[in-house]
Structure formats: structure tokens, C-alpha cells
Design a binder for this molecule. Structure first.
Ligand SMILES: Nc1ncnc2c1ncn2[C@@H]1O[C@H](COP(=O)(O)OP(=O)(O)OP(=O)(O)O)[C@@H](O)[C@H]1O
Ligand SMILES: [Mg+2]
Length: 333
């Protein structure tokens, strides 16, 4: 469900909000300190320290079961940490939600199929003492053209935009999205993010969980990579990519000998696939020069590692090099 739950009735902020973002002494939007969450024997979150500043658009990126939803649930006050502290705008999460400072767009959740899009927004707005005008919310979520359509007739992407619209009703300072575009096609995702991004330009703080690397890369100012309940990297997309920096030199070299290629200057890792050799290196110039001058290699191609490679390198448990570059805060390595 969105932040427009009945529990927030009559407790929204006064019209116009309370201007948290403009106040220089206001605490950060989200502050997690030493947060752990355990379900029986499952250690879903293992000591997360994270500060999200006002106006930041942060992606929480990680594989299945990494602990993204568990962390988001604690930020939304839907569950309590087993250990550690969670603050939202310097207060308890529930308090921040009651004050209309936080909304969420979850992946699924009850929409009534027999109402139109506009009716859905209107009824949700009626739950709040103070809310944004329906027309404005529809426009911001990019669903003004389909406002009279029955929800049951809307595509998955359109329904997600409607959930986004509902989350905008209390005009929250912080918007949390848990895999909001899962199951959408490329076009649907692009449209959804366009609407979110135009809205974020107005200074809203946004935290979103995703599996999609390209979404994190394209839409977040900051990427926090999480694996088995721990933060393994935190930075801009460029910084994350550089953590798993290096290039791959690919060449045709029949009868290549892996052992001698591994001894080559600059080679970090060598793979042989038939007549093709793949050499991973942080200094591809040295490798290319050696291959061309000292071996019979030909048809060279050099490619930079994409964010996808960085993601795999950083979230795969046997990636010792990635872990040693940035040990998870507070983790016993
Ligand atoms: N209520 C629960 N009871 C038991 N285990 C749980 C519960 N909620 C989550 N877990 C476990 O905690 C771990 C983290 O789950 P979580 O849902 O936070 O991952 P996620 O990063 O959101 O994954 P996904 O990308 O698949 O949504 C998983 O191993 C999951 O099975
Ligand atoms: Mg999840």
C-alpha cells in the first residue's frame, strides 16, 4: 500500500508542508545506525549504517534476498530493527509517516479495479487533512490523459504510475519505491521514471530498490549496493563502476597457453574459449602491446567493464577483491 493508509487520516501536515527540506538544521532524511534485522535464523540485515541526505535520489541495488525490502520496511516503520536505530527526519519512522513526510510506492497493493484513475486519487486525497490537488497529482504522475479510465483496464505500468500518484497525495518529503517497475516493459519503465524524475527535480528525496542496473545507473545520484544484508559499495554510478575497474582484451590466438598468458605483464585474469582469449586487466594498453608484439594474436577488441560487471563482481560472494576494497561497515571480515 502507499503512505495513504487509513492510519494517517487526519494527521497529514498543514497545507504546504512544514518545509523540512529548506531548513538547514534539519537532520538527514534517513539515518540508519548499526541496523540488524533477524527473522528466526535468517540474518536479513547485518549492520547497516546509512545516511540519506535531503534531495538525494538513491538506488538500493542488490540481488534477490539481499535485504532491500527488509531495510525499507524498517524505514517505513512497518517492522522494527532487531538491533540498531532508524530515524527518518530525526524522528521515529511512524511519526514521520503520520506527519505526512514519507510515502511509499510498493510493487503491488490494493487498487480497486472498478474505480477510475481520478476517482482513486480523489478518494485517497479525502483520507488526508491536507493533500495536493487531484489534478496536480495526476499531472505529476503523468496519468492526466487516462484519468477517466477504469483501474482494471490500465496496464501494469499505468497502475504503477497511479500508485506513484497516490504516494504524491500527501506531498511527502521522502518517497520510497520498492522495485516499482518490476514486470514493466522498457517503454513502461522509461515513462514511469520520466514522471518520477521530473518530480524529483523539485527537491524530493527518493530512495528506490531495484534489480535493474540500468535504472540505478540512469536515475540515481547515488547507488548503494547491498549483498547478504551488508552494504558492499556506496557511491555514484561512476564510482561503483570504477570499483570493479579494468578492461577486457579479447583476441584470436589459436593454441594459446593459459599459463604463459597469465605471466604476461598486466594480465589479471585469463580465459580461453576455443581460439579466443579473454584477458582481464587494469592496464589494457600493456596487454594489447604484448599480445601484438610477442604473440600471434590478432583481431583485438578492448571493452570497458559495464555497471553490470561491477554489480556481479561486487555482489558475488567469492569476489574477494571487491570486498577488500570497501569492507561493509561494522562487518567482521
Ligand atoms: N518475514 C520474514 N520471515 C523470514 N525470512 C524473511 C522474512 N522477510 C524476509 N526474509 C528473508 O530475509 C532475506 C532478505 O529478504 P528481503 O526481502 O529483504 O530481500 P530483497 O533484497 O528485498 O530481495 P528481492 O530483491 O528478492 O525483493 C531473505 O533471505 C528473505 O528470505
Ligand atoms: Mg524486495
Amino acid at each position: 500500500m502507499t503512505g495513504a493508509e487509513p492510519s494517517t487520516v487526519g494527521a497529514a501536515t498543514p497545507a504546504g508542508g512544514i518545509g523540512f527540506a529548506a531548513d538547514p538544521i534539519t537532520p538527514s532524511a534517513v539515518d540508519l545506525r548499526g541496523v540488524h534485522k533477524t527473522f528466526g535464523t535468517v540474518r536479513a540485515v547485518r549492520g547497516i549504517d546509512l545516511v540519506v541526505r535531503h534531495g538525494e535520489v538513491m538506488a538500493f541495488l542488490g540481488p534477490n534476498g539481499a535485504g532491500k525490502t527488509s531495510t525499507i520496511d524498517m524505514i517505513l516503520g512497518l517492522s522494527q530493527p532487531t538491533a540498531g536505530e532508524v530515524e527518518v527526519f530525526g524522528m521515529e519512522p511512524r511519526q514521520a509517516i503520520v506527519r505526512g513526510l514519507v510515502s511509499a510506492v510498493m510493487q503491488s497493493g490494493g487498487l480497486l479495479k472498478d474505480l477510475t484513475v481520478a476517482e482513486t486519487v480523489r478518494y485517497t486525497a479525502a483520507l488526508f487533512a491536507a493533500s495536493r490537488p487531484v489534478a496536480e497529482v495526476l499531472a505529476r504522475a503523468g496519468i492526466e490523459p487516462i484519468k477517466d479510465r477504469l483501474v482494471g483496464k490500465c496496464s501494469g505500468g499505468e497502475q504503477q504510475r497511479l500508485r506513484f500518484a497516490l504516494a504524491l497525495v500527501p506531498d511527502p518529503e521522502l518517497l520510497i519505491l520498492d522495485e516499482p517497475t518490476q514486470g514493466m516493459d522498457v517503454e513502461g519503465r522509461r515513462g514511469f521514471w520520466k514522471a518520477i524524475h521530473e518530480d524529483a527535480a523539485k527537491g524530493r528525496t527518493i530512495v528506490f530498490a531495484t534489480h535493474y542496473l540500468e535504472e540505478a545507473d540512469a536515475y540515481a545520484d547515488r547507488i548503494v549496493l547491498i549483498r547478504t544484508g551488508e552494504i558492499v559499495a556506496d557511491g555514484t554510478a561512476a564510482e561503483i563502476k570504477s570499483l570493479a575497474s579494468g578492461r577486457t582484451v579479447r583476441a584470436t590466438l589459436p593454441g594459446a597457453d593459459a599459463a604463459s598468458l597469465r605471466r604476461m605483464p598486466g594480465a589479471d585474469d585469463v580465459e580461453i574459449r576455443g581460439d579466443t582469449v579473454l584477458i582481464h586487466s587494469s592496464d589494457s594498453d600493456v596487454v594489447a602491446r604484448h599480445l601484438l608484439n610477442e604473440t600471434a594474436a590478432h583481431d583485438l577488441e578492448i571493452t570497458a567493464h559495464a555497471l553490470e560487471d561491477a554489480f556481479v563482481a561486487l555482489t558475488t560472494s567469492d569476489s574477494e577483491s571487491a570486498q577488500s576494497k570497501r569492507p561493509p561497515p561494522g562487518a567482521a571480515q
